[in-house]
Design a protein around this ligand. Sequence first.
Ligand SMILES: *[C@@H]1O[C@H](CO)[C@@H](O)[C@H](O)[C@H]1NC(C)=O
Length: 486
Amino acid sequence: MLQYSSTESSGFFEKIEGNYCVSASMAPGKLVSSLLIVFMVLVLIPRTYQLQSSQAWSLLRIQTLLNDPPVLSAWDINTDFCNADPTPYLTVVCYEESITQLRISGSGSSPPLPRSFSIHSFFTTLSRLPNLKVLSLTSLGIWGPVPAKISRLSALEIVNMSSNYLYGTIPQRISTLRNLQTLILDHNMFSGFIPDALGYLPLLALLSLKNNTLSGSLPSSFSVLKSLRVLVLSSNSLSGDLPDLSSLTNLQVLDVENNFLGPTFPRLSRKIAAIDLRKNRFGGGLPTNLSSYFLLEELDVSSNKFVGPFLPSLLSLPSIRYLNIARNRFTGMLFGNMTCNDDLHFVDLSMNLLSGDLPTCLISNSSNKMFMYASNCLKIKDHSQHPYSVCQTQALAVEILPHHQKGKSGGKVAVVSGVVIGVVGIFSLVGAAVFFALRRGSIRRATKKPPRRIVEHASNGYPSKLLADASIVSHSVCMFCNLFFI
Ligand SMILES: *[C@@H]1O[C@H](CO)[C@@H](O)[C@H](O)[C@H]1NC(C)=O
């Protein structure tokens, strides 16, 4: 393969030398014009031959290591890599003699590459493209742990290796890539903790690790990731509270959906545009300063353990378009004359403890506006709502229990419960007692930090066998032999 460039160029120089020899015996005028021609030929060497032959060789080696995927079927020793038209699936960009961008995208559901694939050889080959700034290798069946030698690709600015079968921990050494701005490792099988060294990447603006099995809490080093704009950690097994992110004034998107995070609502900059905390263990009340998040367009806190009053001001935030508070225990009265932002096109209040009237500003005939409110205690003549007493009883319970969460003794709660039972009256006495018994148990369980071992082994979409194997199988053994080839 190497012969491609070297043969071509040595042939070319032989020709020039030939001309020169012939010219030497000519008249001086002719010699000058011949030299001029030679000079012009040298200047006008077709750009196509400028890619270093070693880099062309590396690309062909990558093709082989990736098991000749269909997307690379056009590559052979005659390919003019730097001048081929880019497609959505394949882009090679060169600058001077080097490749600066390599984007290869396989088909959606590529199976893992065969056993013979070696991720170490693969990264060794990649490291022979030292000027790579953009590396996107998605859905190619690449499997194995990311070797520390990724740090040799020190020019990298954008990395997207989503939808492969990468496993093991995210290597600490990735933090030596000082130019890294975008790191996307979605839909892989990374496990273990998020390395705190990621928090020290000075230019990191987009980090997306969605749909892996990462565990533990987000390192506190993320508090200083000043350039971070988008943080996506959804569908992992992360737990605990997020570090204070309020000084990340560039952060626009926080998506931590579907983890075990909580219980405290994260501290964020007022300039955030999208917050997705859906399906976690957040509890307590929403911070009242949410009303001052003037750029907030999307807020999803659904399927958590939030309690306390719903903040009506959320409906009228200046930028709000999407609001989902479903499946919590928010309390309070709604009123028909509440004000809403006109751009609000999705509101889900269902499965809370809200009472009162539907805000008329949410009721619309427009088909591109959605408003859901089932399973509350609103005054609506359909069967979607509970009787008012259900919400009233439960609301009293959740108003008391947060004190218990702050460390009051169980005895005091029993006393307060007694008072409440008195207030609610004999009518609901039996129901309330049963409710408290159940609810106190569940809140106490919820407020305890999840036991770490359980969290670490909790899976998110991957079979438990796979996780068990992943922790046993060492680097040199092919974990997929058992898991994917059966
Ligand atoms: C990363 O690659 C995937 C698959 O090709 C693509 O869908 C996604 O948009 C890319 N992410 C970014 C931020 O470019």
